[in-house]
Write a protein that binds this ligand. Structure first.
Ligand code: C2E
Ligand code: MG
Ligand code: MG
Length: 711
C-alpha cells in the first residue's frame, strides 16, 4: 500500500483496476484478471500522461489504441468498454488539478484517436492472419504441385504418416492426392485412386443431407462439414467413416480445393451393430426379442392417420408339460422349430414375429388393412403349428392359443395393447386352447380386475386384509337371536371393501380358499366362544360358517375342524357348516364321508341356498344335513301382498317335508316384517335378513342378543 492513500500513483492504480475489470471479460487473453491489470497499468500511465501533456499527441493516442490489440483486446466490445472507462474515469482519477474543461476536451480527442489506432491495428493483424492462411493454402497447393521446400516436406510427413485417411480433391471432385492410410482403408492402390471422382462415392446408406453439404462446400457457401459416411470397397464390403471435409481457399479467398479427413469406424460400427443385435434378439431362436418388439409396436402405434396394427399373442398349450417330461433341451428344440415356422408366416412387409420369453411369441402386422390381415395371420400361425414337431425321434403335437388385438394407431400405448392381447390369449386358453380369440374391451376390463385381485389374494391373508361380519339368525317363534352367520369380506388396499362374491370364486380357483376358509372358521369359532362366555344367560349362541366345495374335498377338513374346536374349547354343536346345495347334488359317498364324520361329532350341516339347485327332495335323506336354508328367491316372492299362493304352497310343502325328515328350516333374505310373519305362519324355524340386521361387526351381535335376553 502506498504511504499516501490518495496520491496520484494510487489514483492511477484505481483507474487501471476499473479499466481491467470492465474489459477483462471480453478479452481473449489467457492471463488472469490481476495479470491483465498489470499489462494495462503501463497503458494507463501513458494515457494519464497524454491527458495532461501540454500538446495533444495524436500518434501516442493511436499507439495506445493499437496497444489494446497487443494485449488481446481484439473484440470491438473491448474498445467500446475502454472508451467508456476513459470517458467516465480518466479525468476523475488522472486529471490532477488541471482545468476540467480542458481535460474533458483532451479526453475526448484521446478517445477518437485511440479508436482509430485500434481499428488500424486490428486490420493489420487480420491481414497478417490471412496471409498466414494463404501461405498455408499455398503450401497445400505446393503439395499438389509437388513443390519441394522445407515446410512442404514437413506437411507431407504429417500427411503420409497420419493414422487417419487424408485426401485432397479439386472443386470438380477430381482426386489429386491421398495418403497411405486412406488407400489402406479403401483397399486400393494410389493409381486406381488418383483420377477418380468424389461424386462416384455415393452409397445407398448416405444420409440425405450428405451431398447437399458437399455441393454447398464446393460452391464456397460452407467452410466444412462433418458426416458419417459409408464407401463401397472394391471387394464389395462397406467402409464406414467419420468424414470431415474442409474447403481450402486461395490467397484471394476463392475456393480452391477440398480436403477430406476420414476416420475408419467400420469395426466400431460392426461392434455396435453386433451389440445392438444381441440386445434385440433372442439367443435361442434368433427371433427379435421383447425389446425389439416393443420398439416396433411403439412405432406402429405412433404411425399416422389411417394406419392400423394387428397383433397375435401366441402362447403354446401345455409347453410346461413337455419341458417337465422331456427336459429343457427338448423344450428348447421345440421352441426353435416353432420360431422357424412362425418366421415363415410373417414374410410380408410390415410383418414381424418376436419371442417375448418362455413359450410366448407375438406376430405383428402393420399398415392400413390390418383388420383383414390379422385374422389371416392368426390362421397361418395355427396352420403352421398343425404338423407335429419331431424332437429326439418323438413326434410332438404343438398347439397354441392366440389373443388378437387389432386397431387404429395412436389410441393406445404399447403396454395397454400387449396387456389386452395377453388377457385375450388367456381367454382363448380358458375356452379350451388351440384357438384364437379377438380382444373385447369389456371382457378385458373384467379380466383385469379379476387378474389383479387374483395376484393380490395370496398376500392379502398374510397382511390381514380379510375380516368377518356377522349376521344374526333369529328364531321366528320368539324373535330371539340364536346365532349368526359368518360372512367374510376383503378390505382391499385399493378397491376398498370387497364382498365374497368378488373373491371367493378366485380363492377357489387358486386354492387359497383352503387357508382362507380355515382362517374364517377359526375366527368365527373364537367369536362364538366369546359370545358364550359373555352372554351365557342369552342361551346357546351358534355360529354358521360357509364351506366351499373345494374345502369339502380337502383331506384336512375334518382334522382342521376338530383341532379348531378343541383349541378354542367350543362344543361341536355350537357350530353349523353351510354347504351349498349345488356342491352336494350327485355327491357320492366318498365326498359325503367327511361331512358325515362331522355330523356324527355333533356339528350341524346346513344345506345353503336350498331351492336353487333342483335337488331331488327324496335325496335329502341320504345327506348328513340337519338344516335347510331356503334361498332368498323364496322370500322375495313373498314381498308382494298378497303373496303368490303357488309360492306359498311350495314353501309350505318344503317346510313340512323338511320337518318330516327331522330337518330345521331357516329362511334367508327376510327384509320386511310381513315376510317374517308369513314365514312364521308357514312353519319356518329361523330367519336371517336385513329386517333383523345387516351383516355387521361382532359387537353388534352382543347388543342384539342382550336386547332379546332382556326383552
Ligand atoms: P350365503 O351364505 O347365502 O350368505 C347370505 C348372503 O345374503 C350374504 O351375502 C348376505 O349379506 C346376504 N343377505 C343377508 N340378508 C339379506 C337380505 O335381507 N337381503 C338381501 N338381498 N341379501 C341379504 P354376502 O355376504 O355377499 O355373501 C355371499 C355369499 O358368499 C354367501 O352366500 C356365501 O355363499 C359366500 N361366503 C360368504 N362368506 C364365506 C366364507 O367365509 N367362506 C365361503 N366359502 N363362502 C362364503
Ligand atoms: Mg351361507
Ligand atoms: Mg345362502
Amino acid at each position: 500500500m502506498n504511504a499516501e492513500p490518495d496520491g496520484p500513483e494510487d489514483r492511477l492504480r484505481r483507474f487501471a483496476t476499473i479499466w481491467s475489470r470492465a474489459v477483462f471479460p471480453v478479452t481473449t487473453t489467457s492471463s488472469t484478471r490481476p495479470e491483465f491489470e498489470e499489462q494495462l497499468l503501463p497503458l494507463a500511465r501513458r494515457l494519464s500522461e497524454a491527458l495532461r501533456a501540454r500538446a495533444f499527441d495524436a500518434d501516442e493516442a493511436r499507439a495506445l489504441g493499437a496497444a489494446l490489440v497487443t494485449v488481446h483486446c481484439t473484440d470491438p466490445e473491448a474498445l467500446s468498454r475502454t472508451l467508456d472507462c476513459v470517458d467516465a474515469y480518466l479525468v476523475l482519477y488522472c486529471g490532477g488539478d488541471g482545468d476540467q474543461q480542458d481535460l474533458r476536451l483532451r479526453a475526448s480527442r484521446l478517445q477518437h484517436a485511440m479508436a482509430a489506432g485500434f481499428a488500424q491495428a486490428l486490420r493489420e493483424r487480420t491481414r497478417a492472419e490471412q496471409e498466414a492462411i494463404s501461405a498455408a493454402a499455398l503450401k497445400a497447393q505446393g503439395v499438389v504441385a509437388q513443390a519441394l521446400h522445407a515446410s512442404e516436406a514437413r506437411f507431407r510427413a504429417v500427411f503420409e504418416g497420419a493414422a487417419i485417411g487424408i485426401g485432397m480433391a479439386d472443386l470438380d471432385g477430381n482426386i489429386l492426392q491421398v495418403n497411405e492410410a486412406l488407400l489402406r482403408m479403401f483397399g486400393i492402390t494410389e493409381q486406381t485412386m488418383l483420377g477418380r471422382n468424389v461424386a462416384e462415392w455415393t452409397h445407398p446408406e448416405d444420409a440425405p443431407q450428405t451431398w447437399t453439404l458437399y455441393d454447398e462446400l464446393v460452391r464456397g457457401d460452407r467452410e466444412h462439414y462433418h458426416v458419417e459416411k459409408a464407401f463401397s470397397r472394391p471387394d464389395g464390403t462397406a467402409l464406414w467413416t467419420n468424414l470431415t471435409v474442409s474447403l481450402l481457399r486461395d490467397a484471394d479467398g476463392n475456393p480452391q480445393y477440398q480436403l477430406a479427413l476420414m476416420e475408419d469406424t467400420t469395426e466400431r460400427r460392426l461392434l455396435n451393430l453386433r451389440l445392438r443385435y444381441e440386445a434385440t434378439h433372442d439367443a435361442l431362436t434368433g427371433l427379435p426379442n421383447r425389446t425389439f418388439f416393443f420398439e416396433r409396436l411403439e412405432k406402429a402405434l405412433g404411425a399416422g392417420k389411417g394406419q392400423r396394427f394387428g397383433l397375435c399373442y401366441l402362447d403354446l398349450d401345455g409347453f410346461k408339460t413337455i419341458n417337465d417330461s422331456l427336459g429343457h433341451a427338448a423344450g428348447d428344440r421345440l421352441l426353435v422349430e416353432v420360431a422357424d415356422r412362425l418366421q415363415s408366416c410373417t414374410t410380408a412387409p410390415g410383418e414381424m414375429v418376436a419371442r417375448l420369453g418362455g413359450d410366448e411369441f407375438v406376430a405383428l402386422t402393420t399398415g392400413p388393412d390390418t383388420e383383414r390381415e390379422v385374422d389371416e395371420l392368426a390362421s397361418r400361425i395355427m396352420n403352421a403349428l398343425v404338423a407335429p414337431v419331431s424332437v429326439d425321434g418323438r413326434e410332438l403335437t404343438v398347439r397354441g392359443s392366440i389373443g388378437i388385438v387389432e386397431g387404429p394407431a395412436g389410441e393406445r400405448s404399447a403396454a395397454e395393447v400387449l396387456r389386452s392381447a395377453d388377457i385375450t390369449m388367456y381367454r382363448a386358453k380358458a375356452s379350451g386352447g388351440n384357438r384364437f380369440e379377438l380382444a373385447d374391451e369389456e371382457a378385458d376390463a373384467r379380466a383385469i380386475t379379476r387378474h389383479g385381485l387374483t395376484t393380490a389374494l395370496p398376500t392379502a391373508l398374510d397382511r390381514g386384509e380379510f375380516f368377518i361380519e356377522y349376521q344374526p339368525l333369529v328364531h321366528l317363534g320368539d324373535g330371539s337371536v340364536r346365532g349368526a352367520e359368518a360372512l367374510v369380506r376383503w378390505l382391499h388396499p385399493q378397491h376398498g371393501v370387497l364382498g365374497p362374491d368378488r373373491f371367493i370364486p378366485l380363492a377357489e380357483h387358486t386354492g387359497l380358499i383352503v387357508p382362507l376358509g380355515r382362517w374364517v372358521l377359526e375366527q368365527s369359532v373364537r367369536q362364538a366362544r366369546e359370545w358364550r362366555e359373555r352372554h351365557a344367560d342369552a342361551g346357546p349362541m351358534r355360529i354358521n360358517v360357509n364351506l366351499s366345495p373345494c374345502q369339502l374335498t380337502h383331506p384336512g377338513l375334518v382334522q382342521d375342524t376338530v383341532d379348531i374346536l378343541e383349541r378354542t374349547g367350543v362344543e361341536p354343536d355350537a357350530l353349523c357348516l353351510e354347504v351349498t346345495e349345488s356342491a352336494l347334488i350327485g355327491a357320492d359317498d366318498d365326498l359325503l364321508k367327511p361331512l358325515r364324520r362331522l355330523a356324527e361329532m355333533g356339528v350341524d350341516i346346513a344345506l345353503d341356498d336350498f331351492g336353487t339347485g333342483y335337488s331331488n327332495l327324496a335325496n335329502l335323506r341320504r345327506l348328513p344335513v340337519s338344516i335347510l336354508k331356503l334361498d332368498r328367491s323364496f322370500t322375495q316372492s313373498m314381498q308382494q301382498f298378497p303373496a303368490d299362493p303357488v309360492d306359498l304352497k311350495i314353501v309350505e310343502g318344503i317346510v313340512s317335508l323338511a320337518h318330516s325328515l327331522d330337518l330345521a328350516v331357516t329362511v334367508e333374505g327376510v327384509e320386511t316384517g310381513a315376510q317374517a310373519e308369513q314365514l312364521r305362519i308357514l312353519g319356518c324355524d329361523t330367519a336371517q335378513g336385513w329386517y333383523y340386521a345387516r351383516p355387521g361387526p361382532p359387537e353388534r351381535l352382543h347388543e342384539l342378543a342382550l336386547v332379546d335376553a332382556t326383552g
